[in-house]
Design a protein around this ligand. Structure first.
Ligand code: SD4
Length: 293
């Protein structure tokens, strides 16, 4: 069943604004890395999406956010996992990439790194919203009653990501998430795992995934698509479309956004819907929620 028209309109509006934030960077000649950073920051700030403000709750009613960013030109990347603090987790991931010799920082050390590097930090309450709290209660109640898990994944997920190709031919990807509602404390999803939920290489594609993270890690989705393109000679649409369909058949609901070195955009998903926005080469913005093909 679809959501109320007002709510749908709010999503289209939010998606358009976030796409525009990244597109503006590209149109003035900025880098793909700066474009994906700008789009993901806008999505993190929008409480409709499950990242930054509006992140879902763990089963302990806390937030544990994951984020990653990758530069396709150099394969430099950075990620953080399991933290609640930085207003923009994607900036924390980018700081790991640019200011440390490491790729992934987690937990308390990651938090202290964010403070030391001067990132804006927020109190835990700032991230929580009423709808997320209600979703946590509903999920805990469902588990208590042993009822089947038949919630539309598009509604329970909402991880955010951005991929971009810039005028120098460089690709970049970024992903940010609160994870999955009522996840076990300490659980890490696919988003901060390079080669799973986040990937970019100028020779193949930039990829950012959403969905049931365990499947996306086990099938190494980002790197698998890269391999099918690089060694299998497949086009992005084939490699990504097939893999997302394969995951759907074994219970791994979700989807991804991707762009290749030629600028071909591919947005496959096996769930009833996936919030998405993309632009034509001429800068025209499109948005989508459900599978309306
Ligand atoms: C995760 N892939 O942590 C994320 C969940 C997600 O919208 O997509 N939520 O597994």
């Amino acid at each position: 069943s679809r959501m109320k028209p007002e709510r749908e309109a709010a999503y289209h509006h939010g998606l358009r604004a976030c796409l525009a934030a990244g597109l503006e960077v590209l149109q003035r000649g900025g880098t793909a890395l700066d474009a994906v950073t700008a789009s993901v920051m806008a999505l993190e700030e929008d409480p409709l999406f499950n990242a930054g403000r509006g992140a879902v709750f763990t089963s302990d009613a806390t937030h544990e956010m994951d984020a990653a960013i990758m530069d396709g030109a150099t394969r430099e990347c950075g990620a953080i996992s399991g933290i609640c603090g930085p207003r923009h987790p994607v900036l924390a991931a980018r700081a790991v990439m640019e200011q440390t010799d490491h790729v992934l920082l987690s937990g308390d050390g990651a938090r202290r790194f964010c403070e030391a590097s001067g990132l804006e930090m927020m109190e835990p309450d700032w991230f929580g919203t009423e709808p997320r709290r209600a979703a946590l209660q509903a999920e805990l109640e469902r588990r208590r009653l042993g009822q089947p898990d038949d919630c539309d994944p598009a509604r329970r997920h909402g991880t955010v990501g951005a991929v971009a190709l810039d005028c120098s031919g460089h690709l970049a990807a970024a992903t940010s998430t609160g994870g999955m509602t009522a996840k076990m404390p300490g659980r890490v999803g696919d988003s901060p795992v390079i080669g799973a939920g986040t990937w970019a290489d100028d020779e193949t594609a930039a990829i950012s995934a959403t969905g049931h993270g365990e499947y996306f890690i086990r099938w190494a989705v980002g790197h698998e698509i890269d391999a099918r393109m690089r060694w299998g000679g497949q086009a992005l649409a084939r490699a990504a479309g097939d893999l997302v369909a394969e995951l759907g058949r074994i219970g791994g609901s979700g989807g991804l956004i991707a762009v290749d070195r030629k600028g071909n955009v591919c947005l496959p998903f096996n769930s009833p819907g996936m919030y998405r926005a993309w632009s034509d080469p001429d800068g025209r913005i499109h948005t989508g929620i459900y599978d309306d093909r």
